[in-house]
Design a binder for this molecule. Structure first.
Ligand SMILES: *Cc1c(COP(=O)(O)O)cnc(C)c1O
Length: 415
């Protein structure tokens, strides 16, 4: 016997039931960018499993994943070689009184792979790494001012959080702002910092939420390098989001500009919790003297996973694959948008795509597109850059494009 629709509607989905329970024991039901209020309609908050480029929510619905856990999943969920490396290490122990041999192995791997790096240190979250870079730059220069681009994300710590709630002006006292890719504004900020300039901190490319993505111009990258050289300050590249997706040696290698310090996390251990700072010999002393540490920073399992991730990324040429799959997605989306008479803008490197709709300040079109595509099995994001993984093949992209066609249909039908 089929149940009447009214009864079905009263049956809570597993996701809704978990949200109701979370609302009682987790403030707001969830923190930060994962708060349900920020999700497009129909998006699940809770997930049950994942494999390759597919994720499954707690109600058993499966999606082709274009968020890759917001960056960490580079080679695909539960990649067999990564998980084997992690499990082999886990069988020996993860959390000891100090690091394992794997820490030195991994530091050697990074120093060999990243041209600017003479050394590496490890943490857990991207914010640990960006904060450590700033601390090392200040220690090495005995100066205070750090230049950051307006709107760039470097983590959720008080000195760099996008929200000012619970943050004091003292937390931000020595930040000076400039506009990404704007050489004149960068130089004005350098002048402003005067002889107190410790560092210029800049994301690998401009990936601010809700606006078109922008690769750095050569002029901008060179101006940042030149300003740091002239002042004896540190050029810090925040590779936390872009790292390993554009260029395994560092995202600015193609521009011929190398940082003094770089912060890495997200993709470096294919979903295992790990961050790293790489640096050159100019800042080795400072990095030796600062006191930075964390209870879980020596965890061996994530380091073993990172070694396997770096090795596979090198052997299989991951950035080129992501680029090819990203282009296939981009070309397909452009054709579909045309067919449906919907105007979109696609920006950024194909490995980390963003789709924005024209005349869509309230993101109504973007949300309608994503909600409809989700119902047909593709997990996109309306405002944040998305991520490709090595597990995405041509057939997955083509399947996702069928879901996207439903998304464009929904946008066309908006009133
Ligand atoms: C995510 C991110 C961070 C912060 O990393 P967490 O692991 O969330 O602390 C820093 N910088 C950039 C560019 C990021 O995308």
């Amino acid at each position: 016997m089929t149940r009447p629709a009214s009864v079905l509607n009263e049956t809570l989905t597993a996701d809704a039931a978990l949200r109701a329970r979370a609302a009682r024991v987790v403030p707001g039901g969830m923190w930060g960018h994962l708060n349900a209020a920020r999700l497009p309609e129909g998006y699940p908050q809770f997930f049950a499993s994942a494999q390759g480029c597919r994720i499954r929510d707690v109600d058993g619905r499966e999606y082709i994943d274009f968020m890759c856990s917001w960056g960490p999943v580079l080679l695909g969920h539960r990649h067999p070689e990564i998980e084997a490396a992690a499990q082999a290490q886990a069988a020996l122990g993860d959390c000891f009184n100090g690091p394992g041999e794997v820490m030195v192995d991994l530091a050697e791997d990074l120093v060999a792979m990243v041209p600017h790096a003479d050394w590496a240190m490890f943490q857990k979250n991207g914010g640990d790494a960006t904060t450590a870079c700033v601390t090392i730059a200040r220690a090495g220069t005995t100066r205070r001012k750090v230049l950051v681009a307006r709107g760039s994300y470097h983590g959720a710590l008080p000195w760099c959080s996008p929200s000012l709630i619970g943050v004091t002006s003292e937390d931000r006292a020595h930040l000076v702002h400039f506009d990404y890719n704007d050489v004149a504004s960068l130089q004005a900020a350098v002048t402003d910092a005067g002889n107190d300039l410790a560092a210029i901190l800049v994301t690998a490319f401009r990936h601010d939420m809700g606006r078109d993505l922008e690769l750095p111009t050569v002029e901008f990258a060179q101006a940042a390098r030149a300003a740091c050289d002239a002042a004896g300050a540190a050029l810090i590249i925040d590779e936390v989001r872009a790292g390993l997706r554009l260029d395994l040696g560092g995202s600015w290698e193609a521009l011929g500009v190398r940082p003094d310090l770089a912060a890495w996390s997200k993709a470096i251990a294919n979903g295992h919790a790990l961050a790293a700072v790489t640096g050159n010999d100019r800042f080795r002393d400072a990095a030796t003297k600062v006191f930075v540490t964390g209870s879980f920073w020596c965890g061996t399992v994530a380091m073993a996973a990172a070694r396997a991730t770096l090795r596979i990324a090198r052997e299989t040429g991951v950035p080129a694959h992501l680029h090819a799959m990203g282009l296939r997605l981009r070309d397909g989306l452009a054709a579909l948008a045309d067919q449906h008479g919907v105007a979109i803008r696609q920006s950024g490197p194909p490995q980390m795509p963003l789709v924005l709709f024209d005349d869509d300040l309230d993101v109504r079109k973007g949300r309608a597109f994503c909600s409809a595509a989700l119902r047909h099995g593709a997990f996109f994001h309306p405002q944040h850059n998305m991520f490709l993984s090595a597990a995405h093949g041509p057939a997955d992209i083509d399947e996702a494009l069928e879901a996207a066609a439903q998304g464009f249909r929904a946008v066309r039908e908006l009133r």
